[in-house]
Design a protein around this ligand. Structure first.
Ligand code: ADP
Ligand code: PAZ
Length: 406
């Protein structure tokens, strides 16, 4: 599965060195363009390296120099592609050094459901005349393999999504200051008081990764090269969005989050105080704890009183708390204190991040720390890009022990 990618243009590749990373300095860098693709259950993520140190002489060495320039111009001069492709401009990493090249790292996403539109774009921009292979990860790398071959005559070089996730996290964290942060001043009744604080991620082991995508994967990470998938749940970001669409008629994730932001989940959920009239003190359950998610909705008057925003908020709280509980149990089982939450469910979603942070701290009596990363949903794609420019660890992907190596 993980043989070295082959490239069809005849350019002389460059070599480079990368301190402390998995990128092997002795390995020749592939010709441009450099992409990493993560085809997820809901969103496809594309990471593109735009070299800013490229000179005319190097460019003229490419057989398809105009195509190379067209692709670069198209990707970097737009922030939206077609109706649904978006470049997350705020995440761009400028003057990024990778394999002795300097450039900007761009982060682009589109719904996986629109893959046919992406393929049309690939065809229109003649990407296949520059490279016959795209380094890719995510379930869609398997699902869409044949379609890429048939429609654009390109091969998807497939890499495991969790390997790519972990190597992407380590790579970005080692290169970008302040990538990792936590929320401080946690107050469930005054979320405005919370603030983001940078976290030093240089020596994080062991830690838990909770990847909240369409579904949720939970991994323990023991070192730079060792991780295990210890749990997961199908109640993830896809569940939040799917239920919100059903319950509120909203059309997009952004709309769902906006509705949730002005909703009141206590109109929908049954709290401990709704059952006890106060705290359940004997077992340390405050009256404000949710006793039963959606527990009010069997009463017709309560149903009538709940607004769509209340339903959206309750859906968000239900899914987030459930993920938080599972993550906490995993951390406890494995004796881990740091939990890194990633995945696009956390995009524009401070409610979920603060809720997770508060839940980890409160229920563990301060022992657990919830951590977040700025490039939340893009680490798989970064890992795929790293595979393109390094083949050092390729063979390791073939092993299938219970403990995996990145
Ligand atoms: N623009 C968006 N469109 C759809 N879902 C989004 C969007 N932004 C954030 N999300 C959330 O992110 C989840 C997908 O996260 P992601 O990490 O990309 O997972 P996957 O790899 O399964 O696609 C969705 O289920 C949804 O909850
Ligand atoms: C199957 C998946 C790894 C796919 O990843 P995704 O596209 O959701 O990011 C993930 O959805 C998952 O781990 N689901 C939960 C399966 C379970 O353990 O119940």
């Amino acid at each position: 599965m993980d043989s070295k990618p082959k490239f069809i243009n005849g350019n002389t590749p460059t070599t480079g060195s990368e301190n402390g990373s998995d990128i092997d300095s002795d390995i020749a860098a592939p010709p441009m363009p450099w992409f990493g693709l993560d085809i997820g259950g809901t969103l496809t993520k594309l990471v593109y390296f735009e070299p800013t140190d490229i000179n005319t002489a190097e460019e003229e060495g490419y057989k398809e120099v105009e195509t190379l320039r067209t692709i670069r111009h198209y990707l970097t001069s737009n922030t939206a592609y077609g109706k649904t492709g978006i470049r997350d401009v705020h995440l761009t990493i400028k003057q990024f050094e990778i394999h002795q090249r300097v450039g900007n790292l761009h982060f682009i996403r589109f719904p996986t459901n629109d893959m046919h539109i992406f393929l049309q774009m690939v065809e229109a921009k003649k990407l296949s005349s520059l490279a016959d292979t795209i380094c890719s990860t995510g379930g869609g790398a398997f699902k869409f393999e044949q379609e890429f071959k048939d429609v654009v005559n390109m091969r998807l070089e497939k890499y495991d999504e969790l390997n790519c996730l972990i190597s992407g996290i380590h790579y970005i964290d080692s290169k970008i200051p302040n990538e990792c942060y936590y929320w401080s001043n946690l107050d469930p009744f005054n979320s405005e008081a919370c603030e983001k604080v940078p976290f030093d991620f240089r020596d994080p082991y062991p830690y838990l990764v909770v990847n909240i995508g369409s579904g949720v994967s939970i991994l323990t990470v023991h070192s730079r090269h060792k991780f295990q998938r210890v749990s997961g749940t199908s109640l993830g970001g896809g569940t939040f969005l799917g239920l919100c669409c059903l319950l509120t008629g909203c059309q997009t994730f952004e709309e769902a989050i906006e509705m949730a932001a002005s909703g009141d989940s206590t109109k929908v959920d049954k709290l401990v105080r709704d059952i006890y009239g106060g705290d359940y003190a004997r077992f340390g359950l405050p009256g404000s704890t949710v006793a039963s998610s959606f527990g009010h909705m069997n009463i017709s008057e309560k149903r009538d009183a709940a607004t769509k925003n209340d339903l959206a908020r309750s859906t968000l709280v239900t899914i987030t708390n459930n993920i938080g509980s599972i993550a906490r149990m995993c951390a406890l089982n494995h004796g881990i204190e740091r939990i890194v939450f990633v995945g696009n469910f956390l995009r524009v979603n401070p409610i979920a991040m603060k809720l997770l942070s508060y839940a980890m701290e409160y229920w563990s009596k301060g022992a657990l720390k919830a951590l977040f990363l700025e490039h939340e949903g893009y680490f798989g794609a970064v890992g795929a890009l790293m595979k393109l420019i390094s083949t050092k660890s390729d063979q390791k992907d073939k092993s299938e022990p219970s403990q995996f190596e990145v």
